[in-house]
Design a protein around this ligand. Structure first.
Ligand code: SF4
Length: 1011
């Protein structure tokens, strides 16, 4: 007889805020259920004994009048306690709700089942994990009056039941892996998985689950972990898959010139000629496409037409690389944009995606040592990340990281199992690289080699900027032979270069690497890769790997003990080095404050000056004049020596593990011992890269890169589990400084990788021309001004957008500026009843306006939401679409967050020109190479950023709207004209702040264009 389901309680609270310690409960709803049967319900309003914040009223619909006569919490506490019993409590981000109950002494020991955690694991590719989104993806109808407690409780119960059903389809071996993840005991999913495993064992019989000892798992004949057969890639046809073949090449000679003109989308006919010329003559083309949103149709359509032309004399099919800024853009291209455009052309050219280095799941690592305990217990986020990867690994056909949604804290899990080091030569040249000796690859189960095959066979290869840089800088490039390239989002190449070339030298990372190689625990036992490999590494050892994650001293020989001692010394040297970095920052700050070392500027915590400690300290030839430099030099000498010793010992260990006599009984390249060798090689390689970075930085010599030290922001620890994206924060101990580096000039990189040979390279972007000239962008791209073609395709906006220029407000940096800005925002928001978005250039300015305008606007029924205060840009845009009467305040990524914009605002206020900060080390290093920084760097950068923001936010759709340039400098300064003339044509009006609202209302209710 089938066992009855467990009884559980679904629960949701509405509260006055996010902090269990200081906020109050407004409403409680709970459902007792068993399977899909509802046994009982509990629902009540609670009198909070305080006012309800306006934001909460708007988002929950709970107004003070609803709470008249509601009981205080202590009046219902006993009844709720009885209702809850000791049943498991289910809910979305349930630790948040339970945190409130525990403050009242309730639910102290009830197990929790968090549907948020469960969804992130079981639905690894969702773009968002809020309750509505999760329910929607599971096919559950989401009521329109969400956010009230009972509605959300019902939804959470349904989501749980649906996810639970999915969990039943997870195979037993994987469930066993999930239940044995090395996560903390406090991680609620661990209990849940273990409970489910017990149930499954009782139901199926434990014998079915026994997977045997490690040796069994690595059946010698197979040479791989048999669990790989549960991967979708292996199941696809129950045999190692053949190399994918490209789709048939379309014969498209039927595409006629006439099609280009009459029905062609805006700008296509003008793009057509330039694209053909660039491709045919193999020269660069810079093309600006400002037609709203992130639409590159004119360029892409023309490029596809060229690609569809019959082959030339060589008879080789034409091929094309398309690179865009990020993975989301690349996925959109592959899944949506290119199929739509190909349909239009009736073409069927094969498309393949090439990920960045480290962008694929490595099966060898997944089944090897990467998941074993090497450096201590996993955090809850790492455990969740690995659980998510476990499920995804069984479903994916591509192994691409881009398919996954990994929350920032989960990324560490990916680093344990990603590709990226497979081409490294082995310490023993006879063993070949990991790639060469990998059994998974030979059996057709390596995602990297499958992707390479797809790329080789595809006519169109889509990648990201970083993917393109990775490939072109590698010795086995797949893309260098493709002569035509379209680089979309070229206006973001600097940012992407910064991401690609940027690196950090941080204490935490170095210590983690050292601990991963090996560490002695306080218990006197040893752990890490060396401990796992102890049987293979011992003189006359039996070979193979240790079956426990930690080993006793007795299992190590003298050589291994000396290795662990070297690791201990390296850790001490690294810590000393970072202390010296901190001393350098402090001394530099003192010197900057005019207090040289020795003038009472001691380093005791009490006497430190903290004024400039959060500023970056650039490392230049001048740095050796700072008092603590000698200390840094000495510490580095020691650390470099110790790190090299660790690199050497890791390489030596790798060689011993791979030595033929140790592994004579096994197929070369198979099993966990080979995996251990790969992990050691990867760790040694990373240490070497880190050492080189510091060596370069501390040499203080000439370089293409800029180096700087910076104290990280004081870490915040979350007090208890919070709703995703939100949370109260408590300050923690300051972390040691971080050494950063980045390439100074994107142009140098592009010249080296993209422009070295004569190629037809099209650089397309939404903001590339300044005051009608492409010279600034050409310089950034490494192009000579006479080299190649330029073209601007822009949709006129004079009938859509009014650009209102303030001419009577104070300039930024004048004390009254902020007050005037706040007044303008309030006037506009009141006149339009919300419908306003304001762009700031700093979080401090945003918070200042937020505090000033919120009370007055809320009194008028307008909800004010600030980025970083009320949620991420995506959350805020979501609310903006769903709710009326909303004002959004954004900064930073908000300017460029094209993927998040859901609807163009009626009024966009640009509070201040986004000039780059000149004391930011990469900008400072660039500025040093330029004369007249104002006209040749800061103003052009600001102008392009405004143009890009308008294209993405104001012209996301074609609704009539207004843009207010609140920064008076666009009319008062001579360089203001450069900014205005860099924007596409809008209707324009110049006037005082007091007339702005009236002018905007006139514009919105009028038709046609103004002056
Ligand atoms: S070839 Fe490299 S990336 Fe592929 S499975 Fe083997 S080790 Fe991993």
């Amino acid at each position: 007889m089938a066992k009855k389901s467990a009884i559980r309680i679904a629960l949701d609270l509405e509260t006055t805020g996010l902090h269990a310690e200081q906020d109050a409960i407004l409403e409680v709803a709970a459902i007792k259920f068993q399977g899909s049967e509802v046994l009982d319900t509990f629902e009540t309003f609670i009198s909070p004994g305080r006012s309800i914040p306006y934001r909460v009223q708007r988002l929950t619909g709970i107004k003070p009048e609803l709470l008249v006569g509601a009981p205080p919490f202590d009046a219902i506490s006993r009844q709720l306690h009885t209702f809850l019993g000791d049943y498991p409590i289910v809910g979305h981000s349930i630790p948040f709700d339970v945190g409130f109950l525990r403050r009242w002494g309730l639910a102290r020991s009830n197990p929790m089942v968090d549907t948020f955690e469960l969804a992130t694991v079981l639905l690894p590719s969702l773009s968002s994990y809020n309750l509505g989104q999760v329910a929607h993806s599971l096919g559950i109808q989401v009521p329109s009056d969400r956010h009230r407690a009972m509605v959300d409780t019902v939804l959470a119960m349904q989501v749980f039941l649906s996810l639970y059903e999915r969990l039943q389809t997870v195979d037993l071996a994987l469930l066993q892996d999930l239940a044995h993840l090395d996560g903390p005991r406090s991680w609620p999913l661990l209990h849940f998985f273990r409970h489910e495993l017990r149930l499954r064992q009782e139901h199926d019989g434990a014998s079915n689950l026994s997977r045997g000892i490690l040796g069994d798992r690595f059946a010698a004949q197979l040479g791989m972990d048999p669990r790989v057969l549960s991967f979708a890639i292996a199941r696809k046809d129950d045999a190692p898959p053949p190399a994918p073949t490209a789709l048939p090449v379309a014969t498209t000679a039927h595409i006629q010139e006439a099609e280009i003109s009459a029905e062609a989308p805006f700008g296509t006919s003008v793009a057509h000629e330039a694209v053909y010329e660039a491709f045919e003559q193999r020269k660069p083309l810079v093309v600006e496409v400002t037609i709203g949103d992130n639409d590159y149709t004119p360029v892409l359509l023309s490029a596809l037409r060229w690609l569809n032309e019959p082959e030339g004399e060589t008879g080789t099919p034409r091929r094309l690389v398309i690179a865009c800024a990020n993975q989301q853009g690349a996925r959109r291209l592959v899944s949506k944009t290119l199929p739509t455009l190909q349909n239009r052309l009736e073409s069927q050219l094969s498309v393949a995606y090439l990920a960045e280095r480290g962008g694929y799941l490595c099966a060898h690592r997944w089944f090897g040592a990467a998941l074993r305990r090497t450096s201590g217990e996993l955090t809850a986020e790492q455990a969740r990340g690995l659980a998510k990867l476990g499920l995804w690994a069984q479903q994916t056909l591509t192994g691409e990281r881009g398919e996954l949604t990994l929350l920032p804290q989960e990324s560490a899990a990916w680093e344990r199992i990603s590709s990226g080091v497979e081409r490294l030569p082995s310490a023993d040249p006879r063993a070949g690289s990991i790639y060469q000796r990998c059994t998974y690859r030979r059996k057709g189960l390596c995602f990297v080699s499958l992707a390479e095959e797809r790329v080789k066979n595809a006519r169109i290869v889509v990648t990201t900027h970083a993917g393109l840089f990775d490939d072109l800088s590698s010795s086995h490039s797949l893309l260098s032979g493709i002569e035509q390239r379209v680089v979309l989002d070229s206006d973001l190449l600097d940012e992407e270069n910064a991401r690609w070339s940027g690196a950090e030298f941080r204490q935490e990372h170095l210590l983690n690497l050292l601990n991963t190689i090996g560490a002695e625990l306080p218990t006197g036992r040893y752990q890490g890769l060396l401990a796992l490999a102890a049987p293979s590494l011992r003189e006359n050892g039996p070979g193979g790997i240790s079956s426990t994650p930690t080993v006793a001293k007795a299992e190590l020989d003298q050589r291994m003990l000396s290795w662990f001692q070297t690791l201990r010394q390296a850790r001490a040297a690294v810590e000393q080095l970072f202390k010296s970095f901190q001393a350098l920052i402090e001394d530099a700050a003192h010197q900057g404050n005019g207090k040289g070392k020795g003038e009472g500027a001691g380093r005791s915590a009490g006497s430190r000056s903290h004024e400039r400690l959060d500023q970056p300290l650039r490392l230049t030839s001048q740095s050796c004049q700072v008092g603590a430099w000698n200390e840094v030099e000495q510490a580095w000498k020691q650390a470099a020596h110790r790190l090299q010793s660790v690199i050497d010992l890791a390489r030596q260990a790798e060689k011993i593990i791979l030595a033929p006599q140790k592994n004579a009984h096994k197929e070369k390249g198979s099993g966990e011992d080979s995996s251990l060798a790969s992990e050691l090689a990867a760790a040694a390689h990373q240490l070497l890269e880190q050492k080189r970075l510091a060596e370069q930085a501390l040499s203080l010599g000439e370089s293409e890169s800029v180096y700087w030290l910076r104290m990280p922001p004081t870490p915040v620890s979350h007090a208890g589990h919070q709703r995703p994206g939100q949370g109260p924060q408590t300050l923690s101990e300051p972390a040691p400084p971080i050494l950063h580096t980045q390439l100074v000039q994107t142009s140098a990189l592009l010249r080296r990788l993209l422009l070295r040979e004569q190629r037809g390279t099209i650089f397309a972007g939404t903001a590339l021309s300044v005051d009608g000239s492409f010279a600034f962008t050409q310089g950034r791209l490494g192009l000579e001004s006479e080299q190649g073609l330029t073209l601007s395709i822009e949709r006129p906006h004079h009938e859509q957008t009014l650009l209102y220029l303030m001419d009577d407000v104070p300039e930024p940096n004048v004390p009254q500026y902020q007050r005037h800005l706040d007044e303008t925002i309030m006037q506009m928001a009141s006149a339009l009843e919300g419908q306003t978005v304001v762009l700031f250039t700093s979080h401090a300015a945003l918070r200042s306006s937020y505090t000033a305008i919120k009370p007055m606007l809320e009194a008028r029924g307008i909800l004010v939401l600030g980025q970083g205060i009320d949620g991420s840009p995506r959350n805020l845009w979501q609310i903006y679409r769903e709710q009326e009467h909303v004002v959004l305040l954004g900064t930073g990524s908000f300017w460029d967050a094209s993927d998040d914009v859901t609807i163009s605002p009626t009024c966009l206020i640009v509070s201040r020109l986004p000039m780059p900060v000149l004391h930011d080390p990469p900008i400072a290093a660039r500025a040093e190479l330029i004369s007249d920084q104002l006209h040749n760097l800061t103003v052009p950068m600001a102008a392009l950023r405004v143009r890009r923001a308008l294209n993405k936010i104001a012209w996301h759709n074609d609704k009539r709207n207004a843009v207010i340039m609140f920064d008076k400098r666009v009319v008062s300064k001579e360089y203001g004209a450069m900014v205005l003339q860099s924007l596409p044509r809008c209707s324009q009006r110049r006037g005082g702040a007091s007339r702005a609202a009236e002018s905007v209302l006139d514009w919105l209710t009028d038709t046609g264009s103004w002056e």
